[in-house]
Write a protein that binds this ligand. Structure first.
Ligand SMILES: [Zn+2]
Length: 617
């Protein structure tokens, strides 16, 4: 069994991950508390009069006219709790605390239990089979926000509200039979409500919260998973993933193997046997693609961001349970080609010179199109509030969670994301600072170094500084990424340091006191074929998927195993920095490529049919 979070504090350092976090904070600060609270206040009767004409209310799924109004506020609270832990971002914390106090006021006005931004009749409507949109999902998200405010920031008001909500649901369970509830869960998605009850049980240890957890197991799905039946093909992915989070957290808090089996079988069906796009996604139009048959599913609506976020969380659970490296590889691929690609976009031209040639910012792309000539469509700041808006503010708030894992036999460094951490390991306390070595070189300073680097470096170098009060003897496991080309190298205080290979990790043993590890990850170009169309491939630079800047399909000629024979760096050096773009060569009609996660609104193509030589089709 692995441990996490409770034994560590982690904060991000300069990187794309930190930029995402900072843009998230700016966005959350920008949103108006009046608009975030309006559905709660209006529902409770605390706001609304003939003379009151609300200004600046949200549109889209958070509009006062939407059946799932107020859902975003739950995600908002969760994001704030994750971001403001350990004293960070105090202004944002104050804003979130104010929201909690106001929701408490609404709950009191509603009679002390119901604290939600929608009427109770929406829940009963689902029981009767009428068409209210996902009320249990709304309730879950609000309770999730409150629970996170409690567990990350110690907010006692949030816990008190949650306690009342739990009582409402206890009464609810007395009024519905298990069969009726299963039918409701088969009819409308209910989010991760089971996971929430498991979380609450972990905090309170009260039997009644365990009973709630078991009450919200979705029988039809869990039975299918135990029988290893593929009921997932063409099924709405993001309905089921949070339900499996429920099983994962249930395993965490009860240790019952049945729950772990459900989670493992789900992963096997959803990922191992299904295959994935080069980006890490597996969905089209929000449903799972057929197993190993993705070519007919490339379209405008691949890879819903919610699925990216929730599958990363599922991989995180499994990494904690099993320690298997494949989950760290999956998380990395989905952070780089999902979260970085679909959230908080900002054009580079914004900070260079002149007017942007392309629109400059975007909050979230609901989908990541993978058809030839696709285009990301970015949600507006206050007019859309899709589900993916909701998960975007969370996904950028918890990137720190996937870096370090403390296990009984050592420390696992799973993600190479620059960060500062304090870890309470079984051997003693360690401080770790991980930074990425800047491969740029001053273009003004008189130096020999610039001459020695004539070409874009194809390696990622991380410096990991480890200190301890007293020397701590604990093994450190470094994930060996799936994409490295050649050997991963490691230096201790500048001297080559040999570790042992163990299940995809490099295990380094030593008494740590004040050491610097330098980790060199050689990068290269790869291709990643479609499972059912092996001669159609995506091209990756290390873990990063490249997008061809063209508006349709284009055949590339060459050896599909050797992309360096048909693409090469383009415009590779600008002032003191290396660029990330490529261009094709030896092709009839050349084009440029750039990392998919740097594409804003340009049309792009990710998959290319490859033919051995010109003239062959
Ligand atoms: Zn979504």
């Amino acid at each position: 069994m692995y441990f996490n979070k409770e034994q560590m504090t982690v904060s991000l350092l300069e990187s794309r991950a930190l930029t995402g976090e900072q843009r998230d904070v700016s966005y959350l600060m920008e949103l108006e508390t009046d608009a975030l609270l309006f559905p709660f206040l209006y529902e409770s009767g605390l706001r609304g009069s003939v003379n009151y004409k609300p200004q600046e209310l949200h549109g889209g799924w958070d509009s006062p006219l939407s059946h799932i109004r107020g859902t975003f506020t739950g995600h908002y609270l969760s994001a704030c709790a994750l971001l403001c832990r350990d004293g960070a971002y105090p202004l944002l914390k104050a804003k979130a605390e104010y929201l909690v106090e106001e929701i408490a006021r609404c709950q009191a006005q509603n009679g002390g239990l119901w604290a939600f931004p929608i009427p109770e009749k929406y829940v009963w409507g689902v029981k009767e089979g009428t068409g209210f949109w996902a009320p249990l999902y709304v309730c879950h998200k609000v309770m999730m926000g409150l629970l996170d405010m409690g567990r990350y920031l110690g907010n006692q008001t949030a816990y008190r509200i949650l306690e009342g909500c739990a009582r409402w649901f206890e009464q609810f369970l007395e009024k519905v039979t298990p069969q009726e509830l299963w039918k409701m869960m088969d009819f409308q998605e209910s989010g991760g409500i089971m996971e929430l009850w498991a979380d609450l049980y972990a905090i309170t240890g009260e039997e009644r919260h365990l009973k709630l957890m078991r009450g919200f197991e979705r029988k039809s799905l869990f039975e299918a998973m135990l029988e290893k039946r593929d009921v997932l093909t063409n099924m709405h992915a993001n309905t089921t993933i949070p339900e499996i989070h429920g099983a994962a957290r249930a395993y965490d808090v009860t240790g019952e193997e049945r729950y772990l089996e459900i989670v493992k079988n789900y992963w096997d069906l959803a990922v191992t046997r299904r295959g994935m796009f080069a980006t890490g996604g597996q969905t089209c139009g929000e449903v799972w693609t057929p197993m190993m048959r993705q070519s007919a599913r490339l379209g405008e609506q691949n890879q819903e961001h919610c699925v990216v976020y929730n599958m990363i969380r599922l991989a995180d659970y499994l990494l904690k349970f099993t320690g298997e490296k494949q989950y760290g590889d999956y998380i990395e691929r989905n952070i780089i080609n999902g979260i970085f690609s679909q959230t908080f976009y900002q054009s580079r031209t914004l900070d260079s010179y002149g007017e942007s040639l392309i629109p400059d910012t975007g909050v979230v792309a609901y989908y990541q199109p993978l058809m030839a000539g696709g285009q990301k469509r970015w949600g507006r700041k206050t007019e859309d509030f899709w589900c993916c808006h909701c998960t975007a503010v969370q996904s950028n708030a918890r990137l720190w969670e996937y870096i370090y894992y403390i296990r009984q036999d050592g420390v696992l460094i799973s993600q190479y994301l620059p960060s500062k951490a304090h870890l309470k390991t079984p051997g003693g306390e360690l401080d770790i600072t991980m930074e990425r070595e800047d491969s740029g070189v001053s273009c003004v300073e008189v130096t020999e170094t610039a001459i020695s680097r004539g070409e874009r470096p194809m390696e990622d170098v991380y410096r990991i500084h480890i200190t301890a009060g007293e020397a701590v003897s604990v093994p450190i496991f470094l994930r060996i990424p799936w994409w490295i080309k050649g050997e991963m190298k490691c230096f201790l205080n500048g001297v080559p340091f040999t570790g042992t290979m163990e299940n995809g990790y490099l295990k380094l043993e030593r008494a740590w006191k004040d050491e610097t590890l330098t980790v060199v990850l050689p990068r290269g170009l790869h291709t990643w074929p479609l499972a059912d169309e092996p001669d159609t491939v995506a091209i990756l630079d290390g873990p990063t998927v490249l997008a061809g800047l063209i508006d349709g399909e284009r055949i590339l000629y060459g050896d599909k195993e050797k992309p360096e024979e048909f693409i090469k760096p383009h415009n590779e050096r600008v002032w003191g920095s290396w660029t990330t773009t490529y261009k094709t060569f030896n092709q009839q009609n050349g084009f440029y490529l750039k990392p998919l996660n740097e594409v804003g609104r340009e049309r792009y193509t990710v998959y290319f049919p490859i033919r051995p030589e010109k003239g062959q089709r």
